[in-house]
Design a binder for this molecule. Structure first.
Ligand SMILES: Cc1cc2nc3c(=O)[nH]c(=O)nc-3n(C[C@H](O)[C@H](O)[C@H](O)COP(=O)(O)O)c2cc1C
Length: 169
């Protein structure tokens, strides 16, 4: 997909078809995740890909009952490996870089998904401990991305003016 089209097409979807995601498509998204930049190139990110219905329900429940998450055929949970980044970058690694590594990886995944004709939404509202229990990891969860074919036309959302967010100095 042409880049500007992709940027315009990407909007949050919270309704998914039950249609499976082809394995090759999923692999393209995984490759995009692995190509994301990271602090010192240490990739302090771990991604959990959930397909089992029971597990997806647990994840949705950890996200304060955002049940649309469990509808998606695949749910990605992006976690920051705070300790790995801390080893190299001390406090800054733990508080900033690992979270950024995971966020950039999630952004790449979302854009790659749209490029493959899929939709998603960034879910940031969750209970850390419940989500960690669901995925069986002590890593810091940063974002949950349900992936699937949209079963709704995504709503275009407004933005601030460029003047408000960009200050040429
Ligand atoms: C950090 C972050 C956390 C978010 N958390 C949630 C969430 O928990 N549930 C949800 O439905 N949408 C969530 N969103 C999606 C935003 O509401 C959405 O991206 C925003 O309204 C802009 O709409 P658009 O993605 O269609 O452009 C989150 C987005 C971001 C970036």
């Amino acid at each position: 997909m042409e880049f500007q089209t992709l940027i315009k097409e990407r909007h949050s979807t919270r309704k998914f078809k039950s249609q499976e995601i082809p394995e090759e498509t999923l692999q393209e998204i995984f490759k995009a995740i692995n190509s994301a930049p990271s602090a010192g190139n240490i990739q302090a990110v771990q991604v959990f890909a959930a397909k089992k219905p029971e597990l997806k329900k647990q994840i949705a429940s950890a996200c304060f009952g955002q049940n649309f998450i469990a509808q998606a055929p695949v749910v990605l949970v992006f976690c920051a490996n705070l300790k790995e980044s801390e080893r190299l970058y001390k406090e800054r690694g733990k508080t900033l870089y690992a979270i950024q590594d995971a966020s950039i990886a999630a952004t790449f995944a979302w854009l790659a998904a749209v490029n493959e004709g899929l939709s998603s939404v960034w879910v940031g509202a969750f209970n850390d401990e419940e989500l960690q229990n669901a995925i069986g990891s002590e890593l810091q969860p940063v974002a949950v991305l349900p992936l699937g074919f949209a079963d709704e036309k995504p709503r275009k959302t407004p933005r601030k003016s460029l003047k408000e967010i960009i200050k040429e100095i």
